[in-house]
Design a protein around this ligand. Structure first.
Ligand code: FAD
Length: 306
């Protein structure tokens, strides 16, 4: 009961536009620095370099979502292009993750696609890959439509997306997206029972079903989870089904389960850490607090130490 109230509270805060705007001026607060790698590209490059030295590859996320002006979306596009150029120039091992609402999806789909094409052009020039993060359910179909258009109309093969196991539709989506690189996750947003499973055991079961489907179809699969039980099941499954190690990777968020990340590297698995950075950190941080009440303790400690 308390966990549900706390989850809903932090999810509510994560979507509060006023707080998200205000937090941009605060700098990283409330312990957010433990899960956000600073506010500049330089901070981000240093973090990636440190992780690379420990055998971990990365995906960088310049934080930002629910953008409502064209100027903001253009700025975000340019910032993402600069991030790809910085990755190329410094030679760190990282790809990029982006959200379609950051590139103006809520303003105009074609404008968003045009911005995404600029980012994918920069990724092509620097020999890199871009993953479209999946946002709330209201953006799911349009995100998948954009992915198809980018790949089939514009011919980009260096782009993939994310599928969320809590959605009823996801097994069909994974089957439709056979051959396309997918990151599979449980899902981070508050969704209606009419479209999303609500019970953890049901979500976990569907999650394994999606992972198995995509792996068995020979597709490139990222298993993005901090759940050691899921990770153990995946290790078992790939062994039994002779899935080669270069067909899949584990992914975790920056600052979470660092020991488990290192253990997976030592066992010879590819481990990619999602490294968020930038001044638009509030919504991301609130979602992490919603997911796991234990995370609140370091937020509270951070609040009192600032
Ligand atoms: P949970 O179901 O939260 O936890 C399962 C169990 O794992 C817990 O009971 C506990 O025993 C253990 N555990 C979990 N976390 C910890 C911890 N920190 N320390 C110790 N034990 C722990 N969601 C989206 O909706 N869209 C996206 O695009 C997206 N991208 C993501 C990218 C990455 C790299 C990752 C890792 C997650 C992403 N997510 C995304 C979030 C995802 O949907 C989940 O909300 C989030 O990962 C929590 O689920 P979980 O699988 O990690 O484990």
């Amino acid at each position: 009961m308390i966990a549900t109230v706390s989850k809903n509270f932090f999810l509510y805060l994560s979507q509060n536009k006023g707080l998200n705007q205000a937090a941009k001026k605060w700098g990283l607060k409330f312990g957010a620095a433990q899960v956000v790698a600073g506010v500049t590209i330089e901070h981000a490059m240093q973090t990636v370099k440190d992780l690379n030295e420990n055998g971990i590859v990365c995906t960088l996320d310049h934080l930002g979502e629910f953008v409502s002006s064209r100027e903001e979306a253009i700025q975000a596009t340019e910032y993402n292009v600069r991030t790809l150029e910085a990755i190329g120039k410094t030679g760190v091992n990282s790809n990029l993750s982006v959200k379609m609402t950051q590139l103006g999806l809520d303003i105009d789909k074609d404008f968003c696609i045009k911005n995404m094409c600029q980012i994918l052009d920069a990724a092509k020039r620097t020999n890199n890959f871009v993953r479209i993060d999946m946002e709330d359910y209201s953006h799911c179909q349009v995100t998948l439509d954009i992915l198809r258009e980018l790949r089939e109309v514009y011919g980009f093969d260096n782009v993939g997306t994310v599928i969320q196991a809590y959605l009823h539709r996801s097994l069909d989506d994974v089957k439709d997206l056979k051959g396309i690189p997918l990151r599979l996750v449980k899902g981070a947003y508050k969704e209606d029972p009419s479209v999303a499973y609500q019970d953890k055991p049901v979500i976990d079961k569907n999650y394994m079903r999606l992972i198995e489907e995509h792996l068995l179809s020979g597709s490139n699969t990222a298993i993005a989870s901090h759940d050691h039980e899921i990770i153990a099941k995946v290790k078992d499954f790939v062994k039994k089904n002779n899935i080669p190690n270069d067909q899949f990777e584990f992914q975790m968020l920056y600052g979470f389960r660092t020991e488990l990340q290192q253990n997976l590297v030592k066992e010879g698995y590819k481990m990619r850490v999602y490294v968020p950075f930038g001044d638009d950190w509030f919504g991301y941080f609130m979602r992490r607090l919603a997911e796991r009440p234990q995370n609140v303790s370091f937020a509270v400690k951070g609040f009192f130490s600032k």
